[in-house]
Design a binder for this molecule. Structure first.
Ligand SMILES: Nc1ncnc2c1ncn2[C@@H]1O[C@H](COP(=O)(O)OP(=O)(O)OP(=O)(O)O)[C@@H](O)[C@H]1O
Length: 575
């Protein structure tokens, strides 16, 4: 019940009341405005999924809206298809074209992805204008039949049907981000590299979101074409896309209710300001700008920020069966950057239950080695095997799900995420894979995540301190229940008590049969912890042995300038 007293459901309720008032007492004009807002709301719901949830800045959503509108014009208007056949086609056609357009650009990130989708939008507009025999050219297509209205008067009936479709679309969008999908999408949006290391596949999730968003936009476009009974190249102009972006940003980019509210506001604001006469457009622009400045997280996001938070369930523990133990075998790994051989023929075997320390001067290739094993970088040569499974060409998310997890040297908490969200996102990858539509209820995930945070020494309910971020990153890696854990300077920045707790934890993890590779500059910590220590110098393994053997090795001592630091004090700090 208390979940219903949050901003998003309350806004949903307010929207329903507003609709009821217009349906019962509104003029024909007001009902038509509401119906057109429904078309925009569908486009915006899809876009909040793509941009708001999956974090992909696409500029093609307006073009998909136009494709849906033209599909309605051609199939429903020209060819006389009945609505039951034409509306699904208006949804599927943009989805199909979006899937085709997305395939070649899926590897592009950030601005390049946005530009590529802009190219798609330009292409759609050119087809709308130039393919005259199909689209009617600059004049467009007229005579599109109105929607059936369930026997109700046309204005209120069309409005009811349209908002019924919005209700279905909103339900679907909420279902897609339910349970553990919410934190998983938040991680994909905030930090794709960390998401991949946590077993999530941002490329696949964004591709799914891109195609789904196109379907929502197509339905919205078709709806608008039936209401206006006309489709022209204006629907493929860039302002449609800008309007969509504004709806999602103003409403609240990660919220379905925010997208609907944004669509209603953007749809109605020009009408509310029309009494201002010729200057209403300026007032409209200033109003939007002020809205963005005052509430950069959108209206729903801003309300959420000031609303009392609902504490997440944090008791109990995971009852998932443990992963079988396996050895990690590296053979002849090589990686060069330009002329620098960062890793040069590294072969190592890491047995289940073993803690292998990896030391070496700054720039000797330790992080690169972890990147190669965890898939963030591809080796030029060599193999990586976990038990019987070859991993040297696998993607980072597959490696993570296969049981090789890593922590990062520079651990940071992604924007708007708590340690509990971070660990939950990795649990989702472990339990449900990386697709929309498959998910696990949030309660048990939160309980398991809280258990892991407590295990690394963090109070799940407390605000995380600086050192806690590194520990939270280890808890995130542990969420994958790894057979092999690669830790890049796990003790850096920890105080003495945290370091002692970490040492105990790592020994306990090894006792469970997990293999640990620990890169560390804190020699006192590492030498007391590791079963064996490997020394990396200029990308090559110079020595592997016990802590005492390594300390006594003349080559190793020379590499550390003959200092007595091997085991007494930290060496130089890596970046
Ligand atoms: N992406 C990259 N592009 C170019 N050179 C790189 C890249 N990554 C690493 N290097 C180079 O490879 C070498 C090994 O770097 P790496 O970060 O793996 O060393 P490290 O032992 O982890 O160092 P530190 O202890 O300072 O963290 C260095 O010379 C570094 O400059």
């Amino acid at each position: 019940m208390k979940d219903l007293l949050r901003p998003a459901p309350l806004i949903g309720l307010a929207v329903i009341l507003w609709l009821a008032v217009v349906l019962i007492a509104g003029s024909g004009y007001e009902q038509r405005l509401m119906t057109l807002s429904a078309a925009s709301a569908l486009m915006a719901i899809g876009y909040q999924l793509l941009f708001g949830q999956a974090g992909a800045l696409s500029l093609a959503q307006g073009a998909c809206f136009a494709i849906g509108a033209y599909a309605a014009g051609i199939l429903g208007g020209r060819l006389g298809w009945p609505a039951w056949a034409e509306l699904p086609a208006s949804v599927l056609l943009p989805m199909l074209l979006a899937a085709l357009a997305h395939a070649p650009v899926r590897r592009l990130g950030g601005h390049y992805f946005a530009l590529a989708t802009l190219g798609f939008a330009v292409l759609v507009r050119l087809v709308a204008v130039d393919a005259q025999s199909l689209t009617g050219g600059a004049n467009g297509l007229a005579g599109i039949p109105p929607l059936q209205t369930l026997g109700l008067p046309r204005g209120s009936g069309t409005m009811l049907v349209s908002w019924g479709l919005v209700g279905l679309g909103a339900g679907l969008a909420l279902w897609l981000k339910r349970g553990g999908n919410g934190p998983a999408l938040a991680l994909v949006r905030a930090d794709p590299v960390l998401a991949r290391a946590s077993g999530l596949d941002p490329g696949r999730i964004r591709a799914q979101a891109f195609v789904l968003a196109a379907g929502f936009a197509g339905l919205g476009g078709a709806l608008q074409a039936h209401v206006l009974r006309l489709v022209s190249p204006e629907v493929a102009e860039f302002p449609v896309m800008v309007g969509c972006l504004a709806m999602v940003v103003i409403g609240g980019r990660g919220s379905v209710a925010g997208a609907v509210l944004g669509a209603l506001l953007i749809g109605h604001l020009p009408e509310w300001l029309r009494p201002l006469g010729a200057s209403y457009r300026i007032a409209y622009g200033i109003g939007l700008f002020a809205c963005l400045l005052a509430a950069p997280a959108g209206l729903v996001g801003t309300l959420e920020r000031f609303w009392p938070a609902c504490p997440a369930a944090t008791a109990g523990a995971s009852d998932r069966p443990p992963r079988p133990v396996a050895a990690l075998e590296l053979a002849g790994l090589e990686k060069s950057y330009g002329g620098v051989a960062a890793v040069n023929g590294v072969s190592l075997v890491l047995q289940p239950g073993e803690i292998l320390g990896l030391i070496g001067p700054n720039g000797s290739g330790k992080t690169t080695l972890i990147n190669l094993v965890s898939g963030l970088d591809r080796p030029d040569r060599g193999t990586v095997r976990l038990g019987d499974v070859s991993l040297e060409t696998a993607s980072p998310d597959r490696i993570a799900r296969a049981g090789v997890a890593r922590s990062f040297q520079t651990a940071a908490l992604p924007d708007e995420m708590t340690p509990l969200d971070l660990v939950t996102a990795a649990l989702v990858a472990r339990d449900a894979g990386t697709s929309f539509g498959r998910t696990v209820p949030l309660g048990p995930l939160h309980q398991a995540a809280a258990g892991l945070l407590r295990r690394v020494g963090i109070d799940p309910a407390a605000k995380p301190a600086a050192g806690a971020l590194r520990l939270a990153d280890i808890a995130r890696a542990l969420a994958l229940d790894p057979a092999v854990l690669l830790l890049d300077e796990p003790a850096a920045g920890l105080d003495a008590a945290e370091r002692a707790h970490l040492g105990t934890l790592l020994r306990a993890l090894a006792a469970e049969g997990r293999a640990l590779l620990v890169v560390e500059h804190d020699m006192a910590f590492l030498m007391g912890l590791a079963d064996r220590v490997a020394v990396l110098i200029d990308g090559r393994i110079a020595r592997v042995g016990t802590a005492d053997e390594v300390r006594a090795d003349p080559l190793v001592r020379a590499a550390y300038l003959g200092t007595a630091s091997l085991g007494a004090a930290p060496m130089g700090r890596g970046t």
